[in-house]
Design a protein around this ligand. Sequence first.
Ligand SMILES: Cc1cc2nc3c(=O)[nH]c(=O)nc-3n(C[C@H](O)[C@H](O)[C@H](O)COP(=O)(O)OP(=O)(O)OC[C@H]3O[C@@H](n4cnc5c(N)ncnc54)[C@H](O)[C@@H]3O)c2cc1C
Length: 471
Amino acid sequence: MPKDFLRDAKDAYDVVVIGSGLAGLTAANTLARNGHSVLLLEQHYKLGGLATWFRRPGGHIFDVSLHGFPAGMIKSCRRYWNSQIADSIVQLKHIRFDNPMFSLSTTFDRRDFTRHLVERFGVARKTVDEFFDTARAMTHLGDQSMTAGELFERFFPGREDVVRLLMEPITYANGSTLEDPALTYGIVFSNFMSKGVYTFAGGTDKLIGMMDAELRRNGVDVRIRCRAEKIHVERGRVAAVTAAGRRIGCRAVVSNGNLKGTIFDLVGQACFDPRFIEEAQAVRLNNSSTQVYMALKPDVRLDEAECGDLLFTSTAPVFRTDLLLNRQVTSRTYSFYYPKTRPERNRSLIVSSTNARYEDWAGLGRADYQESKRRLVETTLDAVEKYVPKIREKIDATDCATPLTFERYTSHWAGSSFGTKFEGLAVSRRLPREIAGLYHAGSVGIIMSGWLGAVNYGVIVSNDVDAFLLD
Ligand SMILES: Cc1cc2nc3c(=O)[nH]c(=O)nc-3n(C[C@H](O)[C@H](O)[C@H](O)COP(=O)(O)OP(=O)(O)OC[C@H]3O[C@@H](n4cnc5c(N)ncnc54)[C@H](O)[C@@H]3O)c2cc1C
């Protein structure tokens, strides 16, 4: 008989949270701390969503999205999780760029970027200060008419090298483009520039393990391998969720799944106003990614000074968003993991990430797909050679992920790495006005995605749900 992953679950909860990405986990934890009964449903056998990891023989553990987040994560984790989690967050001090226009090392904060912009790129100090102040003043409620490209043109006209330094890491971090609203760039850029780039010491498995323990301490009923199949709406209100063939009553639902999947697959468009559906249909998905995972033999050490923690590389002569997405890969971002990441394992690993288009991978037959993956690994090893000579002799294990991998493990439409584009935020926020008790907390565009954005969006939405339940 198949295992019942909902065994002993209650017939009804105050809230059902669908999905255990960082936004879903944080919403569940905050709501339980506020005294509500919470059921957390995760379709996968692990919690974490894209904040995940996997093991390979030889004692290797690969992190999928632990490459760097802003310092704000420390405060959010202390306030909405616990101080043990917050205290494990440490700075990555060695961020590198290497492309045909420049090669440099930085601590990736305002002071060091100002130094580079003034001394190396020859930009006037006053212009740099004004640019930083303008970006810092942006909020998600601000003017959306100016694009990131126009912002750069205003401060650094004709300076493709400066634009590349300022934009390339943010495009990598959340898929934003020069055509997106400037505020989506400014908010994320300023978040990083406040204090630099941070990581979680101990790896994603440790973080999610600590979050799991905290959820259970706070009374969340956590269920893995439980896919929510349907959100039931009765008389304009959320009434229940069907998961693993069982209907579970609830007063509110927080969906952490893909925004479009929530509206069109879990609820169904017939439950919404046609004008809302039109708006939801127009929301664009964000791009997806490919990754190549490389584990070095146990006794091999990386040259930390040469590699750094994060290395943004490109062989393209200029910076263009479409080049970052092209299947003929010219840009790769490497995360180097030294034994200090998981001291008990004493391993060195490299993860190469590249933004990618779902459609470049989705249409391939089985043999072509396997061959494309093989080629992706081989061309990546060729590219790494510049930074880790004789890489092939040093490698113990490789693997790779494509947009189809991300789709399979998270059910994100088109394997989107960052949910939807920015316009998804307004649609996500409008859900409870369409259907009482229906909420979405998860990657929508640039501000509300990434590790910090997801955690913070989970908090914002749980406050809304809290107010709704107490009403
Ligand atoms: C390759 C890559 C690298 C990244 N690198 C970074 C980085 O360095 N720094 C950073 O800050 N961010 C990074 N990100 C982005 C970051 O990981 C995500 O923005 C963030 O983790 C998303 O959290 P989320 O809460 O939106 O949910 P997600 O992580 O998208 O999780 C959604 C969850 O919902 C579950 N689910 C969906 N449908 C159902 C259903 N019907 N029933 C039950 N469960 C369901 C899924 O299984 C999943 O667990 C990266 C992303 C990718 C893909």
